[in-house]
Design a protein around this ligand. Sequence first.
Ligand SMILES: Nc1ncnc2c1ncn2[C@@H]1O[C@H](COP(=O)(O)OP(=O)(O)OP(=O)(O)O)[C@@H](O)[C@H]1O
Ligand SMILES: [Mg+2]
Length: 125
Amino acid sequence: MKLITAIVRPERVQQVKEALFQAGISGVTLTRVSGHGGEQEIIEHYRGSRVVIEFREKVEFKMAVSEPFVDVAIEAIRRAAHTGEVGDGKIFVQTLDRVVRIRTGEQDDEALTPVNETKRQPVLK
Ligand SMILES: Nc1ncnc2c1ncn2[C@@H]1O[C@H](COP(=O)(O)OP(=O)(O)OP(=O)(O)O)[C@@H](O)[C@H]1O
Ligand SMILES: [Mg+2]
């Protein structure tokens, strides 16, 4: 299991959401963040110059996935978030020790598998 954190441009959020959904990723957390990715602006003054470290609005996606979904998720995010310009974002992958689904007590891969629709009681109206 891995925890994937992806930082992307806000204008690509919709595309990333759709790509993840189509790739079968069913659990994701999204946060607006402020990030710095190395870009600097040099402001000239009459007595020298000043370097401004810029923080830009970005969006962070976090998702815990089982091993077969790691590369699938990374490729989906890359395809959806890529413009080719600096500042497209980054993807971080961390090993995940444990996952627990609170409702059922299921753990790890079981806790990451979406609840099977057929297990649900049909609602009679
Ligand atoms: N090393 C890092 N650690 C934590 N967050 C980072 C790191 N690098 C980038 N980020 C986050 O990702 C956002 C986008 O980074 P950015 O796309 O500029 O990465 P980059 O490696 O500089 O790539 P590029 O060359 O395309 O600019 C940043 O605003 C920041 O939130
Ligand atoms: Mg950068």
